[in-house]
Design a protein around this ligand. Structure first.
Ligand code: CA
Length: 359
């Protein structure tokens, strides 16, 4: 055997040996995680966003960390997702933070605020404005980490069976509207109800509720909400850039090797960007279908109604800030970022959009 053959053979043997030795090690290190969600399984945008997150983690880790997704009610009911991740029933969750207002009132700041920040601003605040540190602090007592993992962009105002011409029309209205938007409606004489998405259509058709908001054209079309209500209002003042959160059990996360930890966190970032891109791509076509195919009546909230809604929204946010020390600290940070951003977006995004439309 000459030297070259020898090297080839031993080299091949070394590779084969390494492969044989590595195989059991890979098998031993396969970790299986469960992800519970507040969405119906495979629901467009939200449920598929959760699926993407699980798939990315599984793929990026070469199958070392396998994540299996459970739709609402498959493992736990929609509104028990936070507790399930906190108690370790599941290692991950996909939801939105305002669903936990009964448990962690200040969590609502990490979802969305009526007349608050847009998706772009939320990302700025969370990633570079101190928001993430405050979020970590809020969830720490529960052994949970929250990360942005999707954003809907500006939502729609909602579905009504009567026109909203004045504040009077909100009085006595029983509407599915989560978070602080619901509190705003309550102050104006309405009755907010919090229902998981999967129950909206039945509640609206059966008359259990008079009106509902959900997300935007892409998601609302998928639920067939146009079959249950005639008027579709904008803008979604109550949800201007809602973050969908990935919930991660802190202990399970800390037990992961560093590379898998990086994969989990970066997969959240990828899905955060991807979901917003998907909504941006799908909403315009879906709105066109709703209006032109299904005869939905598109309406803008009257200016004086929006003005009042804005006034009450500020009061509600300030009251939330007064509830505890953590809420006060988060609101201070949130509001400082919003006010600074506002000055800039006026001469950037807003000025540009107006110029583009020739206004
Ligand atoms: Ca909504």
């Amino acid at each position: 055997m000459d030297r070259r053959d020898f090297l080839k053979k031993t080299g091949a043997a070394a590779v084969a040996g390494a492969g044989m030795a590595a195989a059991p090690a890979i098998a031993r290190s396969t970790i299986k995680w469960k992800m519970v969600t507040t969405w119906p399984k495979n629901f467009p945008g939200l449920g598929t966003g959760a699926n993407n997150l699980a798939r990315l983690i599984t793929e990026m880790s070469g199958g070392r960390l396998k994540v299996k997704v459970y739709g609402a009610k498959e493992l736990v009911p929609a509104f028990e997702v936070f507790d399930a991740v906190s108690h370790g029933t599941a290692e991950m969750g996909h939801a939105s933070a305002y669903y936990w207002k009964g448990k962690v009132p200040e969590a609502q700041f990490f979802s969305t605020m009526p007349f608050g920040m847009t998706a772009q601003e939320m990302n700025g605040w969370i990633y570079y404005g101190g928001g993430q540190q405050l979020w970590d602090k809020a969830y720490e007592p529960f052994g949970v980490m929250g990360r942005p993992a999707g954003n809907t962009g500006v939502q729609m105002g909602g579905w009504f069976n009567k026109e909203i011409n004045s504040l009077e029309d909100l009085k006595g209205l029983k509407m599915r509207i989560p978070g602080l938007g619901g509190e705003v409606l309550k102050r104006l004489g309405g009755t907010p109800v919090n229902l998981p998405g999967g129950e909206l259509f039945t509640a609206l058709t059966s008359g259990t509720i008079d009106a509902t908001e959900w997300v935007g054209p892409y998601n609302d079309l998928a639920f067939g909400l146009y079959k249950a209500a005639k008027y579709y209002y904008y803008p979604g003042f109550h949800e201007p850039g809602t973050i969908l959160e990935a919930l991660i059990n802190r202990k399970a996360f800390e037990e992961l090797p560093r590379d898998l930890q990086a994969i989990v966190l970066n997969a959240c970032k990828v899905v955060n960007m991807d979901m917003l891109a998907e909504y941006s791509a799908r909403n315009p076509g879906a709105l066109d279908q709703l209006v032109n195919k299904h005869g939905v009546q598109l309406r803008a909230y009257p200016d004086d109604v929006l003005q009042q809604l804005r006034k009450v929204s500020v009061e509600v946010a300030e009251e939330l800030a007064g509830q505890n020390q953590a809420a006060a600290e988060i609101y201070k940070s949130y509001n400082a970022f919003l006010q600074a951003s506002r000055k800039y977006t006026r001469i950037s995004d807003l000025a540009y959009l107006e110029a583009r439309d020739g206004r």
